[in-house]
Design a protein around this ligand. Structure first.
Ligand code: GLP
Length: 241
């Protein structure tokens, strides 16, 4: 794992945007795996800036997102589809037909999961997968558990994740209790993984990730088995290393 430590959140965001841009500039029809959450927020602004300046072209790019809340429609302001449209897709020259998220309204989530994984595989896999990390080490919505599921599947959110994500909703009761998430097996198929982390809240999870041990109580530790991972983290996020 290649570790790049940046001074703060802003420099982490710029550095991460450069990594994504490098992939797209080398391969204009790249398949780019994207993530939601507050961490990639500024990085998306950087990508928008590059697109507006004419140095980054999304016209042939396909994007695949990691996860979606179950029960939220794409029009719901807290759905991940809404987040992606509002914070990236509506501001760049991407063809929305080439932007994919799991369907949180699917009647049969198992079927939806299989279809999603097959679709990614049929695109030739993801060239770069962006990831954030939860305070408890969760990746996408793969929460700490005795077992982890490889493919895209339905999952229950932990109390800690529901609490952490409540800041985006009017009240904690409104946070969905379940989500559909890409599994770590599918995530690990990406040719390259870019993990970004900022802030002291993530320091414990990053310590676990870098511990050299792999365990399902910190799902991010699985990433140690991938041979092309870049972790871009600010000084606070690595303060326990
Ligand atoms: C959510 C998302 C993850 C994200 C994580 C951290 O639960 N499903 O993909 O990485 O939270 O979010 P944040 O970047 O807001 O700290």
């Amino acid at each position: 794992m290649k570790l790049i430590v940046t001074k703060d959140y802003e420099t982490m965001s710029v550095r991460a945007a450069e990594e994504i841009a490098k992939i797209i500039n080398n391969k204009p029809d790249a398949v780019v795996g994207l993530a939601t959450g507050s961490t990639p927020f500024e990085m998306y602004k950087e990508l928008i800036k590059m697109n507006k300046q004419g140095t980054l072209d999304f016209s042939k790019v396909t994007t695949i997102n990691l996860d979606e809340y179950i029960g939220l429609s794409p029009q719901h302001p807290q759905s991940y589809r809404f987040f992606m449209d509002e914070n990236l897709f509506d501001h760049i020259n991407i063809d929305k037909k080439n932007t994919f998220l799991p369907n949180g309204l699917a009647k049969n989530v198992d079927e939806e999961g299989k279809t999603y994984d097959n679709m990614i595989d049929s695109l030739g896999g993801t060239d770069i997968q962006l990831l954030g990390i939860g305070k408890n080490g969760h990746i996408a919505f793969n929460e700490p558990d005795e077992k982890l599921i490889a493919g895209t599947h339905m999952t229950k959110l932990t109390e800690s994740t529901i609490k952490a994500n409540a800041r985006f909703f009017n009240s904690i009761e409104e946070v969905p209790k379940t989500a559909v998430t890409m599994g770590l097996g599918q995530i690990m198929k990406a040719k390259k993984i870019l993990l970004i982390a900022s802030g002291i809240d993530k320091a414990e999870a990053i310590k676990g990730l870098m511990s050299g041990k792999i365990n399902t109580s910190n799902p991010s530790t699985m990433l140690q088995m991938h041979n092309d991972v870049i972790l871009i983290a600010d000084e606070d996020a690595v303060s326990l290393l």
